[in-house]
Design a protein around this ligand. Structure first.
Ligand SMILES: *Cc1c(COP(=O)(O)O)cnc(C)c1O
Length: 358
């Protein structure tokens, strides 16, 4: 057996950053994914997904979701969302989303581009969540030929602000979708974190609650690269393989996108990783709860903590070397991943306490 090389081996210690929580994308590749990649690297296999690893990964998803879904592997989340949404509508249709959603704010117009112009209809949202009322309002706002016809709703699980939809909430959204003839897509870039928080089965969280298509995020869950697009409503996956190919998302050495999923799903690492990430977020929130002037902006449910603090305090924290973003509503965002070190979480909390002057 060849040796498993840890992601940071061979890198001089001085070049290794102290761990940061700026994004869950800062994390490395988890051992289960790494080992599977290493196994897939022994010898050759057929190209373009016609290999045993890809079949095994798709089967592992069918087992996890307890249903006969269609599974596709793409490189990143922007492509997964955009191509999935494009497969649900025509260019003259529109897609209802929350104003804070990744598809609206962070995909550079890719959903509109890949759907040849389907318009995003934006619902105002406090916590990143979509509501049946918002769907009803946007779906009935205009019914004439001059307005792009609503066809799809997309929701993010967990949301961009770290909130988790209950299955009851997803079901209520699905009822609203059915009433207006809309398909329901889930951006699950952090689906694993949502499952870890809710404790519900992946099936309950998705198709049993009315989700037609799920983009299941692998990158933030511990893979190097890769998201799975899962069609529970298999009628909607027609020609999706062509769509992926045309968009430059059909990996020729597909086994290196799919094998890591085998490692993640068959070992249960996908859930273990998410539980750890969520626990780190909860821990930070606990540690800073009593610091005067510092407040958690949004209930901590998944792997994110959003902190409201006076700007001078945040500036001091930055000067101490901590990296974080404030692009969502001005709060300082800290994101945790499978490899987040609880000691570093404690260091962050202690630094914040000092910076806040207590
Ligand atoms: C990270 C993320 C994605 C995927 O982003 P890519 O950079 O395109 O891989 C999609 N949706 C949400 C909510 C995300 O946080």
């Amino acid at each position: 057996m060849s040796t498993v090389i840890s992601p940071s081996s061979g890198v001089p210690a001085s070049d290794v950053l102290e761990q940061q929580f700026g994004s869950d994308n800062y994390a490395g590749i988890c051992p289960e994914a790494w080992v599977a990649m290493d196994k897939a690297n022994r010898g050759f296999a057929p190209a373009y997904g016609d290999d045993a690893w890809t079949e095994r990964a798709a089967d592992a998803f069918r087992k996890l979701f307890d249903t006969d879904c269609d599974v596709f592997f793409v490189f990143n989340g922007t492509a997964a969302n955009s191509l999935a949404l494009a497969s649900l509508c025509q260019s003259y249709h529109s897609v209802i989303c929350a104003d804070t959603s990744h598809v609206e704010t962070d995909e550079c117009g890719a959903p509109e581009f890949f759907s040849n112009g389907s318009k995003l209809l934006v619902a105002r949202s406090e916590d990143g969540k979509m509501t049946p009322d918002a769907i009803h309002e946007l779906a009935t706002k205009r019914q004439d030929i001059h307005y792009p016809k609503p066809r799809v709703v997309t929701i993010t699980q967990s949301t961009e602000t770290g909130r988790v939809y209950s299955t009851a909430e997803v079901r209520a959204i699905s009822v609203a979708c059915k009433a207006h003839g809309l398909s329901l897509h889930m951006d699950g870039a952090r689906f694993a974190n949502a499952c870890a928080y809710s404790g519900e089965s992946p099936a309950e969280m998705t198709w049993k609650s009315g989700i037609d298509v799920l983009c299941f995020g692998g990158t933030k869950n511990g893979l190097a690269i890769g998201e799975a697009v899962i069609f529970f409503n298999r009628r909607l996956s027609e020609d999706f393989d062509y769509r992926c190919k045309q968009a430059g998302q059909l990996a020729s050495k597909m086994r290196f996108l799919s094998a890591p999923w085998v490692g993640m799903l068959e070992s249960g690492a996908w859930l273990k990783n998410a539980r750890h990430a969520n626990a780190c977020a909860t821990r930070l929130a606990e540690l800073i709860a009593d610091i005067p002037g510092v407040r958690v902006a949004s209930p901590v449910e998944a792997n994110a903590v959003f902190l409201l603090a006076p700007e001078p305090v945040l500036e001091k924290l930055r000067k101490r070397g901590w990296r974080f973003y404030t692009f969502i509503g001005g709060a300082a965002r800290f994101m945790f991943a499978w490899d987040s070190d609880l000691k570093r979480v404690e260091e962050l909390a202690a630094d914040l306490r000092e910076c806040a002057g207590v």
